[in-house]
Write a protein that binds this ligand. Structure first.
Ligand code: HEC
Ligand code: HEC
Length: 153
């Protein structure tokens, strides 16, 4: 009994700390987001962008990085609601992935966030990046990416 309480409190204490420095992020848990947003790249965890970014992405799908990723309105709305509810700043949370991000900026890419640039600078050779195709292909370098693990590379 006592041990379970201790274990539960350890988990509660440990989770935000990991998510806060951007090292472990909850993978996508919404089935529709997982299926619709993984056709061209991995389905990115909601916790990697602030709500305003997800809103902008989800209202410009017809011109999504040069592709038409538009959806029927019911699916679009469900995915937007899920991403916004689990965003890096959901419920007033200040995840570490928002560090040094100007409140006036609405980034469309995880890979243009200041933490991302700092974390990756000098870590990847031009050859390796070229092989991966682009920074957007997280799962090429981080094999556990779809499960929320980014520590391995
Ligand atoms: C028809 C193909 C397609 C679909 C479907 C699609 N995307 Fe994309 N997405 C792209 C392309 C192309 C890029 C740019 C990739 C690159 O830069 O290499 C991109 C990039 C992104 C990025 C930026 C990644 C980064 O940090 O560089 C985000 C965020 C994103 N998509 C979210 C979504 C979401 C959310 C959905 C589901 C609603 C979705 N995408 C569905 C094609 C698609
Ligand atoms: C070309 C390979 C490559 C791509 C693509 C890439 N990364 Fe990384 N990433 C690395 C390397 C190398 C490191 C530094 C070593 C490490 O900590 O794993 C790193 C570090 C990280 C870290 C910090 C991990 C830690 O424990 O310090 C996170 C989080 C991360 N990447 C997320 C992402 C996300 C999200 C994407 C896609 C939008 C992405 N990466 C795309 C290679 C890549």
């Amino acid at each position: 009994m006592k041990r379970n309480i201790l274990l539960a409190s350890l988990i509660i204490v440990a989770m935000p700390a990991l998510a806060d420095d951007g090292r472990m992020i909850r993978p996508v848990t919404n089935a529709l987001t997982q299926s619709e947003c993984s056709a061209c790249h991995m389905a990115y965890p909601a916790g990697f962008l602030p709500a305003r970014s997800w809103k902008k992405i989800m209202t410009t799908l017809e011109d999504h990085f040069g592709e038409d990723a538009s959806l029927d309105e019911a699916s679009r709305a469900e995915i937007e609601a899920y991403l916004v509810a689990n965003a890096a700043d959901a419920g007033g949370r200040r995840s570490g992935v928002l560090r040094r991000l100007d409140a006036a900026d609405t980034p469309m890419r995880i890979s243009e966030l200041p933490w991302f640039r700092r974390e990756h600078s000098g870590e990847v050779s031009p050859r390796r990046l070229k092989k991966a195709g682009s920074w957007a292909n997280c799962n090429v370098c981080h094999r556990g990416a779809e499960k929320g693990y980014f520590e391995d590379d």
